[in-house]
Write a protein that binds this ligand. Structure first.
Ligand code: ZN
Length: 412
């Protein structure tokens, strides 16, 4: 049985490639952002132009639209020294695995701690930096008294791009990066066993030497591939960011238009486009720090990379150590789109994390498949990979989940 809102969505307006009004409208916005404006590095003229477009679009339907200034934005790291350090240390500890397995344990500790320390230091160092930008927020008020606030958000900035496009290099790069955590965990288990074996002496040392040789072989391959990938792909340019993340912004803007025309009864809606997500979730952290958000009546729907593929995913959690997303919101998404699947994001992160860290119920939607993995953070993340049907799937899931949340408040 179709619910009232899904009926409204399929029948109103023209459609494109089988996508409903929401997907078609989102596609127009994605084309304006990634196709016409293009690269949108945080605090660059491209991002400023995209913000003006968002202010204009939201301004046509939302009352009021705000710009929240975000100052002290760190500069992008031209060559990722953190990754290089991680790779070189991996080579060192695997080279000496059989003789000094504690090196691996120390490495694992650094693997979790070092990125957080570097990120904190960079953010602190940037505090006096003149690089500044804005978060853009459009408000839609409910028809009755507001009982809770829903933040529907996406990041507007795009990342520094690798020049290496095509099918092979980015694919191998993504597989190796994705496996990094698993490799570290496997090494930790082996190192712990090796340590115990120093005292029990059950396993011949030849076996441990072989384990060490395999680990070293993998590390050599991993490190050389990644260093070549970084060196060859090095560029000062920013990605056009069609999928990451004009797609999410397009869906946010299309939802703002749809909800403004048919507002919820009890939910105040904030349609928010963050700056500087790619530089360490800067815009969303600032938003959380400067707004008094109540943990029991704020709900966050974050859209990041929703324009390719034919499968919808929600993040079960993200970051290291991971923060869980909201069960309640994920269940609403599941009810809206029964085919949706949950997934952990260990090595990547998004703005929902800034809210989850403060105990605010949040979720993160992404689509899976298509060119997403291949074009991520490259110059190839262009409009030709964006599918209106994918945008539509994500937009409808949020639309229905927000409606269901509004119904829950109404029945209370
Ligand atoms: Zn992103």
């Amino acid at each position: 049985m179709a619910s009232r809102w899904s009926e409204a969505l399929v029948t109103v307006g023209e459609t494109r490639d089988g996508a409903g009004t929401l997907g078609t409208r989102a596609y127009e916005h994605v084309r304006a952002l990634a196709g016409k404006i293009g690269p949108r590095g945080a605090a660059t003229p491209g991002e400023r132009q995209a913000q003006d477009y968002a202010v204009e679009t939201l301004g046509a339907v939302c009352q009021p639209v705000e710009r929240q200034p975000v100052t002290g934005i760190p500069a992008p790291m031209a060559f990722s020294w953190l990754v290089i350090t991680g790779l070189v240390l991996l080579l060192l500890v695997t080279a000496d695995f059989a003789r000094a397995p504690w090196g691996v344990l120390l490495y694992a500790a650094l693997f979790f701690v070092l990125p957080r320390v570097v990120s904190a230091v960079r953010k602190r160092a940037a505090q006096g930096s003149p690089r500044a930008s804005d978060n853009v927020i459009g408000h839609v008020t409910p028809t009755s008294a507001a009982q809770a606030t829903v933040i529907v958000c996406a990041h507007l900035d795009s990342a520094r791009a690798s020049k290496l496009t095509g099918a092979l290099w980015p694919r191998v790069h993504r597989v190796l990066q994705g496996a990094w955590l698993q490799v570290v965990l496997a090494l930790v288990v082996l190192a712990a066993l090796r340590w115990v074996d120093f005292y029990v002496g059950l396993v011949p040392v030849t076996i441990w030497n072989m384990v060490g040789a395999v680990a070293l072989g993998y590390s050599v391959f991993f490190a050389s591939f990644e260093l070549i990938y970084m060196a060859m792909g090095r560029s000062q340019a920013y990605s056009p960011g069609a999928n990451d993340n004009a797609s999410g912004c397009g869906v946010v803007l299309a939802l703002a238009e749809a909800f403004a025309a048919d507002p919820p009864r009890h939910l105040a809606l904030d349609f928010t486009l963050f700056t500087a997500e790619e530089l360490g979730l800067i815009g969303s952290e600032r938003y959380v720090a400067e707004n008094r958000l109540a943990q029991d009546c704020t709900f966050v729907f974050n859209l990041d990379m929703v324009g390719t593929g034919d499968e919808l995913r929600y993040a079960r959690g993200s970051g290291l150590p991971p923060r869980r997303t909201s069960r309640r919101l994920n269940d609403l998404l599941q009810a809206a789109e029964p085919a949706i699947k949950g997934q952990w994001y260990w090595m990547g992160n998004s703005d929902s994390f800034s809210f989850a860290k403060k105990g605010i119920p949040s979720c993160w939607l992404a689509t899976h498949g298509g060119a997403s993995e291949l074009v991520y953070h490259t110059l190839g993340d262009t409009m030709d990979h964006i599918k209106p049907a994918a945008l539509d799937r994500a937009a409808r899931a949020v639309w229905q989940a927000v409606r269901a949340l509004d119904d829950q408040l109404h029945e209370r």
